[in-house]
Design a protein around this ligand. Structure first.
Ligand SMILES: [Ca+2]
Ligand SMILES: [Ca+2]
Length: 251
């Protein structure tokens, strides 16, 4: 008598089929997070969302879909779901300071990068679809709670260049295309280079031959933003130059 559920014509089998795939999709997303640890959220933490009646898996997928969500907190009893924002970004989003009432919440930290971002040694990287000047590039990264790449080692430099800048369609000249903005600049003091987001001075560097504009100091005065070229070498440019954008963030 298998025809009972077909009687009203509702396609239950189809619904179950969809649910099956939804479940796989959700579980896949949930795997992006570490096992929980019970800890108190700092009072300074910013909540991107604070919802009740949400399943654990749904809570994880909400956080994963949100660039600025660093981790989420969850309470099984009340099914409360709190998305926590990266602390070092003052987002223009509607986020509220967490103050009290977070007892018993477990924290789940992200362990992998979001879709569209690639991981290298605990950081996530994303190359934008369009070119922009240096300040547009900076804004673009900030919108995604990330910053213009800050290159601290030869390994990171090589990885960025091999991953984002080597392409069969690149023109012959390495200055012409397949280049990208970094956060390095000497906008404040000519010749003193700092990383924009961390404000750190230059420790590792990989200047291209004769850069930054060593043979023409007058040119260097108008070239205050640094880009990375194929092969991982660096160059100074006018900040108004339209360049590709690579963003970085920690997880
Ligand atoms: Ca870096
Ligand atoms: Ca300069």
């Amino acid at each position: 008598m298998g025809g009972r559920y077909v009687q009203n014509g509702f396609p239950w089998h189809l619904l179950c089929f969809c649910f099956f795939f939804f479940q796989i999709f959700c579980e896949e997303r949930y795997m992006y997070y570490s096992t929980p640890e019970v800890q108190e959220t700092k009072n300074s933490s910013l909540a991107l969302f604070d919802l009740y009646g949400v399943s654990l898996i749904h809570c994880g997928s909400l956080c994963l879909a949100e660039y600025c969500c660093k981790e989420f907190m969850y309470h099984e009893g009340s099914m409360r779901c709190l998305g926590i924002q990266f602390e070092d970004f003052d987002s223009t989003r509607n986020s509220n300071l967490i103050t009290t009432g977070n007892e018993g919440l477990s924290t789940y930290r992200q362990e992998k990068c979001e879709t569209g971002w690639l991981e290298f040694k605990g950081h996530c990287y994303h190359k934008g679809q369009t070119k922009g000047n240096w300040s547009e590039a900076k804004t673009e990264c900030r919108k995604m709670c990330s910053y213009l790449i800050e290159i601290e080692s030869k390994e990171e430099d090589d990885w960025i260049s091999a991953t984002f800048l080597e392409n069969v369609n690149c023109p012959a000249g390495i200055y012409d295309d397949c280049t990208a903005w970094t956060g390095l600049n000497d906008l404040d003091i000519e010749g003193t280079y700092v990383w924009d987001h961390s404000n750190a001075p230059l420790n590792f560097s990989n200047w291209n031959d004769k850069e930054p504009s060593l043979y023409n100091p007058n040119h260097a005065l108008t070239k205050d933003c640094i880009d990375i070229l194929r092969g991982g070498v660096w160059n100074d440019r006018p900040c108004s130059y339209l360049n590709w954008v690579i963003c970085e963030k920690k997880f």
